[in-house]
Design a protein around this ligand. Structure first.
Ligand SMILES: *Cc1c(COP(=O)(O)O)cnc(C)c1O
Length: 795
């Protein structure tokens, strides 16, 4: 163990080596990089040891394939996991450096759009913290999700240049590169892995997130001087094309554009990932792949990596020389699949012609999979042409990726109880009838270490003081807080922590947006991707309704509220961008209105991502989870909010259903149509919003205000939203749920007047949030799907 003086020396030396500069001259980023690089030193040996242990013990390992990962910043969580955080805060302080400032210099790795990528990162953290042999496999996008700013009320997208400075956490492994083959004329692409260590919390386990980057094959055989000018141009064009593969993350959440480059990315990911797994197995455990399924589990996060099925078949058939039946037996015992959505526009399908020309061999295999699958169905359902056509992997000129994923895997799961039951009863019900044993539920989870310990250290300290530190490894222990839910002194401490976080956020908002917030007001928060089904528009309508009442009567007896929004819209999603504009326009009007006595304020925070979420969620009093019932597969921010003591206002959708079970109906505000009622509404066509518009004066007033000049915009900016809300179908039942939503908010207003009641609810939410830790989710995957065990028992 070094002394503090020695640590200071070590820091100076690293800074000098890395940046060629002394303390006085170094930039904040350089100081951050020096610290991060020292943290890296501590990881190396654990990483090597973990990898060796898995190999020596011949542990079955799981590879989690995902087109997106959303890890957030890593310095703070890595320091905590290694138990070095307090030490370094001290050492830096003695050097006159503010640790937090360094931590804030890290670029937020945003290689994902939202929930799906964040889930993958929570799972990786939990697997490492449980000592489970589990790794991530993804793409190293040069540009992550675009950076959002708001100009003239509207979203502007800028490239996310997260790699412009040295990325300390990644290790380029050129000797582990593999070749990915596309059909002519694209040819061979080199896939180079960049490994990022995944550090378990206080357990010395270090797993691997392997991200692949596309590069041109070695061109040293070609001498530039010998190339004709046209060849040189072609060479550069080819290089550009290859590098475009891992250049950008598609900025769509739950929407598939069907762009050919996306298909290229998907194959690039699975081919590189599977080849490297197979190579590793052969090197460490011998060349016989007949027992592959006992040695690795490959999980596909949604259908984006579903080409793993034909790609593994290709490797086994063409490279291993196996027969079809054996290869199929192995493949369908190796791959498992999670479905994330029932929205039709999000279900992937690729035109046969495109798959065929881009990936001829893979298409042949998919074709054969389909032939055999349909033949098998014919055995079970002779003569039922309709049923077989509806289940086919290839139909109507498209490859249906969800069908491929179900046919080629041994486990299919949804991500919350309601979602899994909708899969079984509706979206995939023919598949469920055929192979019910494949289907199961794994309700999503979040890592309480990032979302409580990291994001809300004040609350974490209070919990540890109250319960001891056991909850960090066993989050179910949070339940013991229930005994303190009505304890006035404990309530006051929780309330003080909430106030402090609200003040911090208010400071940030005042500095950035010059809006002064009242920290005694209710912080009512709606942060997530902007999407019609998530119904930010419903939230806006009820704010307009409240505003109208306040305009009529400035002395109206309502508790002051601060409405916070954040979220990105896909650049091509017109309606979602209009919603962002509407929020900002309304905010301008309301925030400037002196007549309503500062009773309400609205702020849209730019550039939502993991780091911003970590700042906002601990400051939230109310969590808005108001998707149309049946449409949000699970949601995970709902869990982050409850863990931080916010009260959910939500529909009976996704994991909200399970949150209600956990906290009891007195500790959550549920409103609106159920999934069954919403489905019925759509099915019978009885979802015309016009009668509601005609009968409910409040609705009519708010909807009309979108177009009647009430809002400070020139022209018909919000006519598209007006039309959307009133169209007979195709909307998300905003008006159907309006009255119930307004009433739910009045319930919140009443409940928050009784401080004792309100903090009892908040503490109950924290106490019951343990079950939503991804530690438990991952354990269920490990036991029920992957059949892997921890290789290392702590203690
Ligand atoms: C948790 C999280 C999400 C998912 O939020 P939902 O409200 O469940 O859709 C999306 N983006 C980020 C940055 C997150 O941290």
């Amino acid at each position: 163990m070094l002394t503090k003086e020695q640590y200071k020396q070590v820091f100076r030396q690293r800074l000098l080596a890395l940046a060629g500069t002394g303390l006085d001259e170094a930039s904040t980023y350089e100081k951050y990089a020096a610290l991060a690089s020292l943290v890296r030193d501590h990881i190396g040996q654990h990483w090597v040891d973990t990898t060796r242990r898995y190999d020596v013990e011949k542990q079955k390992q799981v590879y989690y394939f995902s087109i997106e990962f959303l890890p957030g910043r890593l310095l703070d969580s890595n320091l905590r996991s290694l138990g070095l955080r307090d030490l370094w805060i001290d050492v830096l302080a003695e050097l006159g450096i503010d640790y937090q400032e360094l931590a804030d210099a890290e670029h937020d790795a945003s290689l994902g759009n939202g929930g799906l990528g964040r889930l993958a990162s929570c799972f990786l953290e939990s697997m490492a913290s449980l000592g489970l042999p589990g790794h991530g496999c993804g793409i190293r996008y040069t540009y992550g999700l675009f950076e959002q700013s708001i100009i003239n009320d509207m979203q502007i997208e800028k490239p996310d240049t997260w790699l412009k400075d040295l990325n300390i956490w990644e290790y380029r492994k050129p000797n582990k590169a593999v070749e990915v083959r596309f059909g002519a004329p694209l040819g061979v692409v080199k896939a180079v892995p960049y490994d990022i260590p995944l550090i378990g919390y206080e357990n010395s386990t270090v797993n691997t997130l392997r991200l692949w980057s596309a590069e041109v094959q070695d061109t040293s055989g070609l001498s530039y001087s010998s190339l004709a000018p046209d060849d040189y141009r072609k060479l550069l064009e080819y290089k550009n094309w290859v590098e475009s593969i891992s250049q950008i993350l598609y900025p769509d959440d739950r929407y598939e554009e069907g762009r050919i480059l996306r298909l290229v990315q998907e194959y690039f990911l699975v081919s590189a990932g599977l080849q490297s797994i197979v190579r590793h197995i052969r090197r460490k455990q011998g060349t016989d792949l007949s027992t592959l399924a006992d040695r690795v589990a490959v999980h596909i996060n949604d259908t984006h990596p579903a080409l793993a099925i034909p790609e593994l078949m290709r490797i086994l058939l063409d490279e291993e020389g196996m027969g079809w039946d054996e290869a199929w037996r192995i493949t369908t015992r190796t791959i498992s699949y999670t479905n994330h959505t029932v929205l039709p526009e999000a279900l992937e399908k690729w035109p046969v012609s495109e798959v065929q020309s881009l990936l001829p061999r893979i298409y042949e295999i998919i074709h054969e999979i389909n032939e055999r699958f349909c033949a098998e169905l014919w055995q079970h359902y002779p003569g039922e042409w309709g049923r077989i056509a509806a289940m086919a992997v290839i139909a109507d000129g498209f490859v249906k990726m969800a069908h491929l994923a179900v046919a080629g895997s041994y486990s299919v799961n949804g991500v919350a109880a309601l979602h899994s039951s909708i899969l079984q009863k509706d979206l995939l019900h023919l598949f469920y009838q055929h192979t019910p044993g494949k289907f199961n539920n794994k309700t999503n989870g979040i890592t309480h270490r990032r979302w409580l310990l990291g994001a809300n250290p004040g609350l974490a300290d209070l919990i540890t003081d109250t319960l001891g530190p056991g909850w960090l490894h066993q989050p179910a222990m949070l339940k013991n807080l229930q005994a303190h839910a009505e304890d006035a002194a404990f309530q006051e401490k929780v309330a003080a922590i909430k106030t402090e976080r609200k003040q911090q956020l208010a400071r940030l908002i005042n500095e950035t947006y010059h809006v002064a917030l009242d920290c005694r007001s209710i912080f009512d928060v709606h942060i997530k991707r902007i999407h019609a089904y998530k119904r930010q528009l419903l939230n806006v309508l009820r704010i307009m309704e409240l505003y109208n009442r306040l305009r009529d009567n400035p002395n109206l007896d309502v508790l002051p509220r601060t409405f916070l929004f954040a979220g990105k819209a896909a650049p091509g999603y017109y309606l979602a961008k209009k919603i962002i504009q509407l929020i900002n326009v309304l905010a301008r009007k309301v925030n400037a209105d002196k007549t309503i006595k500062d009773k309400i304020k609205i702020v849209f925070l730019e550039n939502y991502g993991v780091t911003l979420a970590e700042r906002i969620i601990p400051a939230a009093d109310v969590s808005e989870q108001i998707s149309t019932a049946g449409k949000e597969a699970s949601g995970t921010s709902n869990m982050k909010f409850m863990l931080n003591g916010a009260i959910t206002v939500g529909t009976l959708d996704g994991a909200n259903v399970e949150i209600r079970e956990a906290v009891g109906e007195d500790n959550i505000i549920i409103f609106g149509l159920t999934a069954g009622e919403a489905a019925e509404c759509y099915r019978t066509g009885r979802c015309n919003p016009l009668p509601i518009y005609q009968q409910d004066e409040r609705v009519r007033q708010c909807v009309n205000q979108l177009i009647d000049g009430s809002l400070p915009v020139i022209g018909d900016e919000f006519k598209p939203l007006y039309d959307y809300l009133l169209q007979p179908s195709g909307h998300f039942l905003e008006l159907q749920d309006f009255a119930a939503y307004v009433e739910a908010q009045q319930t919140i207003d009443q409940l928050f007047r009784d401080e004792r009641q309100r903090w009892k609810m908040a503490i109950t939410n924290i106490a019951q949030a343990g079950r939503f830790s991804s530690d438990y989710t991952v354990k269920e995957y490990a036991d029920g799907i992957w059949h892997i065990r921890p290789s290392y028992f702590r203690g």
